[in-house]
Design a protein around this ligand. Structure first.
Ligand code: ACO
Length: 382
């Protein structure tokens, strides 16, 4: 009789690069083609033309927003946003502890969830999980806006009636009701980053969802991964690069110095794209529409960086990624640098929640193995 054994261990590439670890119908990234899609729609087309609300509906429910379905989704969102006292209590508690919006958001989601009796995904049916997913995503831009205002000693501004989520978010953070072009520019950014395959933060959310934990716990983990400079923490650092060069004549020596010192150029390179990042191309167009010396400097910076990276890493295809042009767009929209990563989270929360729902339908826990390379067990000293 043979002894029962576990699965035979197999070695995978570092960083799991190129390894398929799940099936998903949320989004697909085709790195060799410079293309990605949300459900059955081109993500870039959506970013260029859809509203935040419609793209959200498509990603999280899988159903396109139509005249017939839009009202029902908006009704679910409105219902989720009832009980304003929850927001006030959480923002007061978290805001008293820290003015840091990212740390505040990471604390606020589970607190909000606890106040609302959020339960483990494991114990819920699909409909209840969708309610939680919509509720957390609906609260996110409002929480971030309120945490930002509180950190600056300002009261939360009244809702701009007749305007959508993006306009209201900009209103809270900048203090100004945005014009249509600004709203459209930020909308393009937020939709473009709503989802992107199995990036590090989405994978993190799915690992937590696979344990059956509640959706707020999944978001906290995902946010932690997003904040890293190699992921969603890059955009403000991309602007630091532009600040450091200051003028076009200093671009090349500065970049050469960074590469010679073994530092990475923030806003360049991508784990999956071996072509231009389509999101960077879209956002470059958005930034170019407004123009100005800062954008001209960025164009020159991009050209030089791509040339020098090709020289430094021949054959690697390192191009500007979404973060580089996102930083320019967010700056033009009046968002302060410290709000770049929280703003990324406003968009990416939509994708995280869609993936959490998908993962929750699969009862298999994600639990890989590691090869032990430490010392062998020593006999205890007598
Ligand atoms: N600057 C300098 N060198 C780079 C850069 C960069 N921006 N990006 C990659 N490289 C180098 C790597 O060090 C590696 O060198 P090596 O082969 O000598 O070790 C080589 O180019 C190839 O790297 P890849 O395999 O293409 O990249 P990887 O998948 O490891 O990393 C990452 C991808 C993390 C995005 C990387 O390009 C990077 O650190 N970029 C800067 C940070 C950044 O912009 N992050 C935002 C990414 S977009 C997002 O998350 C939404």
């Amino acid at each position: 009789m043979s002894a029962k054994t576990g699965p035979t261990p197999i070695e995978l590439p570092r960083g799991l690069a190129g390894v398929i670890v799940a099936e998903t119908a949320v989004s697909d990234v085709r790195g060799d083609e410079g293309f990605y899609q949300y459900r059955d729609r081109s993500a870039i087309e959506l970013a260029a033309s859809a509203t935040f609300e419609d793209a959200w509906q498509l990603l999280v429910t899988g159903d396109p927003a139509t005249d017939a379905s839009r009202g029902a989704f908006a009704g679910r969102v409105a219902a989720a946003l009832e009980r304003r006292d929850d927001l006030d209590a959480v923002v007061a508690a978290v805001g008293a502890a820290t003015p840091d919006v990212l740390a505040g958001l990471a604390a606020a989601w589970p607190l909000l969830g606890a106040r609302r009796g959020i339960r483990p995904l494991y114990d819920l049916d699909d409909g209840q999980r969708l309610d939680d997913a919509i509720s957390l995503a609906a609260w996110t831009p409002i929480l971030i806006g309120a945490l930002w205002r509180r950190a600056h000693g300002e009261a939360v501004l009244p809702v701009l009636t007749g305007r959508g989520i993006v306009a209201n978010y900009l209103h809270q953070v900048t203090g100004v009701a945005p014009d249509e072009a600004t709203e459209r520019a930020l909308s393009a950014y937020l939709i473009a980053v709503m989802d992107h395959g199995f990036n590090a933060s989405t994978f993190t959310a799915r690992v937590i969802a696979s344990t059956g934990a509640d959706a707020a716990a999944c978001l906290v983990g995902a946010l932690g991964a997003l904040t890293g400079p190699l992921h969603g923490g890059a955009p403000s650092r991309a602007l630091d690069g532009l600040d450091a060069v200051g003028t076009a004549d200093r671009i090349e020596p500065w970049i050469r110095g960074e590469l010679a010192a073994g530092r990475r150029l923030m806003g360049f390179g991508h784990a999956v794209y071996r072509t231009a990042d389509p999101r960077a191309e879209l956002l470059k167009e958005v930034a170019m529409r407004t123009g100005g010396p800062r954008v001209e400097l960025a164009v020159r910076f991009q050209e030089t960086a791509e040339r020098l990276l090709a020289e430094a890493k021949p054959g690697r295809e390192l191009h500007a990624n979404v973060e580089f042009w996102a930083a320019l767009v967010m700056e033009r929209c009046g968002l302060p640098r410290s709000m770049f990563t929280p703003t990324f989270a406003v968009g990416r929360t939509i994708g995280w929640t869609a993936h959490i729902l998908e993962q929750a339908r699969d009862p298999k826990i994600i639990r890989p193995s590691a090869r032990y390379v430490g010392p062998q067990v020593r006999a205890a000293a007598a």
